[in-house]
Design a binder for this molecule. Structure first.
Ligand SMILES: [Zn+2]
Length: 131
């Protein structure tokens, strides 16, 4: 993954993306990630300085770059899910295991893995590998 992000930052990016339909404010982030407001504040500031999210009038959203980071995490996640489940790991277990590493994967390696498994379009849950 470009730059380094932490697991909490990863979870924040995913949560932000999945709550795209409503305006997300700092307290929503704290609530979604089950962290205290000052911690959420720090997390948001770190992600702003990395260019991943932006804040306008208190409303927090992913930047264009942040959306790309999200896409890369999801592609890595679903690619690994396919490989794990093909290898006999049950899909719930695969999902939680892969959540520990998906944000660390290099997108070029993921592309090679995808090619190697025949460029599937959907993950085991039927979701697009490339959202
Ligand atoms: Zn999953």
């Amino acid at each position: 993954m470009e730059g380094n992000i932490t697991k909490k930052e990863r979870d924040c990016i995913i949560a932000l993306h999945d709550h795209i339909s409503l305006p997300v404010r700092l307290f929503n982030i704290a609530e979604m990630l089950n962290i205290k407001a000052p911690t959420a504040h720090e997390l948001v500031n770190r992600l702003i300085s990395k260019g991943v999210i932006e804040k306008n009038n208190g409303v927090i959203s992913l930047t264009e770059y942040g959306n790309k980071v999200y896409g890369d995490i999801i592609t890595a996640h679903r690619t690994m899910e396919i490989i794990f489940t093909k290898s006999g790991v049950n899909s719930d277990e695969a999902c939680s295991e892969i959540g520990k590493i998906d944000y660390l994967m290099d997108e070029k390696s993921i592309e090679k893995l995808l090619l190697n498994i025949g460029n599937p379009e959907k993950c085991p849950h039927g979701k697009p590998v490339k959202p």
